[in-house]
Ligand binder design. Structure first.
Ligand code: NAD
Length: 262
């Protein structure tokens, strides 16, 4: 992994959950990181500064809103200027909202499509010219088991994640001869704030404890009955940037405890 030392990664949505796990995995290998995501500015500064110091890397933070194309473009071009290159792009920012389709609020549909799908298009579009010029790029899109199969009440999320799988494959074909790989990671359940909300909603709706709701959520989808860790997703992202993975492109790696084999 020492070949990644000194490279630069943008990880969108890295102030929490899976994105933070991925950012820290890269930082531990000497990769400079541009963090992005929402949260308390003082806490984010502490987080970014702490990781920079711990792993002796250069780290910065962009508050770009992944629902705003102009902010996404500015984030990528700004990182190229400040760090000298964007070698790795991890499109991870995402949100969730669940409701039957006939009750699904239009603004939630638009927000999920913008943040979970279109943001990846805008970031990729801005990052590819530099990657082509430097003849190196690793693009990793954090899709989901829901990029491969569906669940009820998640029409926007499932549509966006299936779309992200298509984007992954299409762009990968376009850049295949440029030493740029484009892949997706498809996690099942990872215990993050995004999933905790679904556990809490389930507990409230069914009048059961959070502990029981968590067990039921896992048992319903994951044959392994356990969560994947954010650090595991980080390790998979690192693998996709390793020499061994240099000819892996236009595909995905699932980490879903068997969910999508059923
Ligand atoms: P999370 O809520 O812990 O983190 C989401 C991150 O995205 C945060 O940093 C948040 O600030 C950021 N974000 C949200 N809206 C944004 C916006 N408009 N602009 C910039 N940043 C924004 O969630 P997570 O579970 O870590 O999810 C990360 C990704 O992994 C998402 O794409 C999600 O769909 C995907 N995923 C999660 C799971 C899971 O079980 N947790 C499973 C499969 C896929």
């Amino acid at each position: 992994m020492h070949m990644l030392q000194g490279k630069t990664a943008i990880v969108t949505g890295s102030t929490s959950g899976i994105g933070l796990g991925i950012a820290e995995s890269f930082a531990a290998q000497g990769v400079n990181i541009l963090f992005n995501g929402f949260g308390d500015k003082a806490e984010i500064d502490k987080l970014v500064g702490g990781i920079a110091q711990k792993y002796k890397i250069k780290a910065a933070y962009s508050a770009a809103d992944m629902s705003k194309p102009s902010e996404i473009k500015a984030m990528v071009l700004g990182a190229e200027k400040d760090f000298g290159s964007v070698d790795i792009l991890v499109n991870n920012a995402g949100i969730q909202f669940t409701a039957p389709v006939e009750e699904f609020p239009e603004e939630k549909w638009d927000a999920i499509l913008a943040i979970n799908l279109s943001s990846s298009f805008h970031a990729i579009k801005a990052a590819i010219p530099g990657m082509k010029a430097r003849k190196y790029g690793r693009i990793i899109n954090i899709a989901s088991a829901h990029g491969l199969v569906a669940s009820p009440n998640k029409s926007a999320y499932v549509a966006a994640k299936h779309g992200l799988m298509g984007l992954t494959k299409s762009v990968a074909l376009e850049v295949a001869t440029h030493n740029i790989t484009v892949n997706a990671i498809c996690p099942g359940w990872v215990h993050t704030p995004l999933v905790q909300k679904q556990i809490d909603d389930r507990a409230a709706k069914e009048g059961i404890s959070r502990d029981q709701a968590q067990k039921d959520l896992l048992a319903e989808k994951e044959p392994s009955h356990r969560f994947t860790q954010a650090s595991d997703i980080g390790a998979i992202a690192l693998f996709l940037c390793s020499d061994a993975a240099s000819n892996i492109t236009a595909t995905h790696i699932s980490a879903d405890g068997g969910w999508t084999a059923q």
